[in-house]
Design a protein around this ligand. Structure first.
Ligand code: SF4
Length: 437
């Protein structure tokens, strides 16, 4: 049995694709081992969204080669699309497989070990034909619904490395979700590049969500990162459905109208604010998290202040902060007034502090409220951990609790460990569940 190891960098879309590949190799009688272990094959699913992600991707590729000089090293993901030529020259790498051919990696590796000529370019483009992922690295099941993007925000490299927007047939998505729920998954997370723009022959994003919510089974649905544009009234109403989790990661990027214009974003700060306030008006405990870029070319103190003011007012419980990173081939690369690392580090620190204060405030306001905890892991310390439907990390004493089980809990307080979590007490546990892989 050949040993294979996977490493995923970047977004949930990459995580979905790695889970599906790992599941395929597992059903093909390969042994999945941890990336730190010796393996016959290493698959590195890279990210190229910032300089830091490029760096981490390169370090991971070198780690694989260091661990086994004879291993087959397969590099795929967005960096494979962004730096294909230079990666093909690297002696550390056997195969460079772009995003469009990622589904073919199992066939490629099988060909290689049969001693046949294995050339990634010989496989078809296909961004959707992944098998349902059973053998995964996550308790929650990521489901890919869309790929690519047509927005071309001026700072973003993704349209170049993920191609034009494409939507997976709705029927396939329903089938995929029914399969993983049948297999025991309790939470389904929808992922893609610009999922709000989903369109399968007239079935739009809201209609797809509605179709999923009508599927049988005791599962809940989470929407992963989404662009804040094109929402209809129906979208806001959907969150009254008990299966749809009351949390959105809504990408703001900046609170300054002038910056959003230079970023070529599809909404204004005023519209974003209205969306957020509407969600809170309809669902007072609704959890909003976001992405913010600091140090975009030309960002003045006043523009940065507009961002910090909005971040405080909207009380995002978590802000994923990106220091603006020049991406070759994007419009922002040619913009004047590129800011220094010093300024970016300072502004990143300011946002990080706001995020921490917001998180403590939101969690404190949730004390005494109930959550349906999905247990993801149980530590040797006898503490079970997981997330509630509001995407709050919860820790609880693990008496008779099992992984991948729902438990009704009441939130009791805050616990500052490596991350800020909430403590809770058990109300009831549901009898079904337990490990699904
Ligand atoms: S919406 Fe903008 S930021 Fe998001 S993937 Fe598309 S181009 Fe990039």
């Amino acid at each position: 049995m050949k040993k294979i190891a996977f490493k995923t960098l970047g977004c949930r879309l990459n995580q979905y694709e790695t889970d599906a590949l790992a599941s395929r190799f597992h059903s093909g009688s390969y042994e999945i081992v941890d990336f730190s272990q010796p393996a016959d094959i290493y698959v590195v699913n890279t990210c190229t969204v910032t300089n830091q992600s490029d760096q981490k991707s390169r370090q991971t590729i070198n780690q694989a080669r260091r661990q086994n000089q004879q291993a087959v090293v397969v590099v795929t993901g967005c960096m494979a699309n962004n730096y294909k030529e230079s990666l093909l020259e690297s002696k550390a790498i056997n195969f460079v497989v772009d995003n469009e051919r990622k589904t073919s990696i199992f066939g490629l590796v099988e060909k290689h070990f049969r001693g046949e000529v294995a050339d990634p370019e010989g496989f078809d483009h296909d961004v959707f034909s992944y098998e349902a992922a059973y053998k995964t690295f996550h308790t929650r099941s990521m489901i890919k619904i869309q790929d690519g993007c047509d927005n071309f925000c001026t700072f973003c490299i993704i349209p170049k490395v993920r191609g034009r927007a494409a939507s997976r047939p709705a029927a396939e998505i329903y089938r995929n979700i029914a399969e993983v729920v049948e297999h025991g998954f309790k939470e389904v997370v929808l992922t893609g590049v610009n999922i709000g723009r989903y369109d399968d022959n007239g079935t739009n994003f809201e209609q797809l969500i509605e179709g999923i919510l009508n599927l049988p089974g005791d599962f809940r649905l989470r929407i992963s990162s989404i662009e804040p544009d094109g929402f209809t009234e129906r979208f806001f109403e959907l969150f009254s459905h008990p299966k749809l989790t009351p949390h959105l990661h809504l990408c703001l990027q900046s609170g300054a109208e002038s910056i959003l214009l230079r970023m070529r974003r599809m909404y204004t700060a005023r519209q974003f604010r209205q969306m957020a306030l509407k969600l809170r008006e309809l669902y007072p405990d609704f959890n909003l998290t976001t992405d913010i870029i600091v140090g975009f070319p030309g960002e003045t103190e006043a523009e940065f202040e507009a961002t910090t003011n909005l971040a405080k007012e909207l009380n995002f419980s978590h802000i994923h902060t990106f220091k603006y990173s020049v991406r070759s081939g994007t419009r922002a690369e040619r913009m004047p007034d590129q800011l220094s690392e010093k300024v970016k580090n300072h502004r990143s620190e300011v946002i990080r502090k706001i995020s921490e204060a917001n998180k403590a405030a939101y969690y404190s306001a949730m004390i005494g409220k109930t959550q349906r905890l999905l247990i993801e892991r149980i530590g040797n310390d006898g503490v079970a951990r997981g997330y509630g439907e509001s995407y709050i990390p919860i820790r609880i004493k693990a008496k008779n609790l099992k992984r991948n089980q729902f438990a009704e809990v009441i939130l009791t307080g805050l616990h500052q460990g490596k991350e800020l979590e909430m403590t809770a007490e058990l109300v009831i546990t549901d009898r079904s569940g337990g490990s699904n892989n």
